[in-house]
Design a protein around this ligand. Sequence first.
Ligand SMILES: Cc1cc2nc3c(=O)[nH]c(=O)nc-3n(C[C@H](O)[C@H](O)[C@H](O)COP(=O)(O)O)c2cc1C
Length: 198
Amino acid sequence: MDNDKHKLVIIVGSVREGRFGPVVASWIAEQARLHAGFDVDVVDLAEIDIPLTLPAASPKYAGDDYPRPAAMAPLTSALESADAFIVVTPEYNHSYPASLKAAIDWHFTQWTAKPVAFVSYGGAAGGRHAVLHLENVLTELHAVTIRDGLSFPNYYTAWQDGRPLDPQAPGYAKTLFDQLAWWAGALRTARETTPYPA
Ligand SMILES: Cc1cc2nc3c(=O)[nH]c(=O)nc-3n(C[C@H](O)[C@H](O)[C@H](O)COP(=O)(O)O)c2cc1C
């Protein structure tokens, strides 16, 4: 990895059959690669084994001894090595999908003192309820959520051929990346300088 670049992990949060999530994730990954600040990795939760049954121990305290399924290793190592995250989430019943909650709950320290931005989509609210809930949950893990996100209401009329119809969308994405890169650099320096007092 180029050391001047931040490792950005983009998480595809929905695993539903016929889902739209990968379309949104591909576009935001393409935009991120155009931005000079990141090495981009896309992690699709549909490709990871994420059981709902958790071990007895807490991932907050168990550290490397936390007994995760072997097939979860690609997710864990991507989260571990990330300097920044973008969570791509739809809205299900005014919140985010259970697949995302399960992925979050199997981990803890991997999120701590790292920035998270959101790209959401859905019906009229554009996934904003999902993002509000994610902001609340990720604060518990000591992640830092980024104010400027992208939200796509009524995505079924707002996208064509894998891209948003709104000509301003790439500009909004750049603002998101600029803020995410700023926080990624600041927090990476802070993590390397002083242990986070969790
Ligand atoms: C179980 C379920 C609940 C949904 N609830 C909402 C909702 O509360 N608000 C909304 O705007 N859209 C809602 N939708 C529409 C989804 O946002 C839309 O289907 C979107 O494509 C889902 O993302 P996905 O295709 O990546 O799974 C819901 C869809 C499903 C399947």
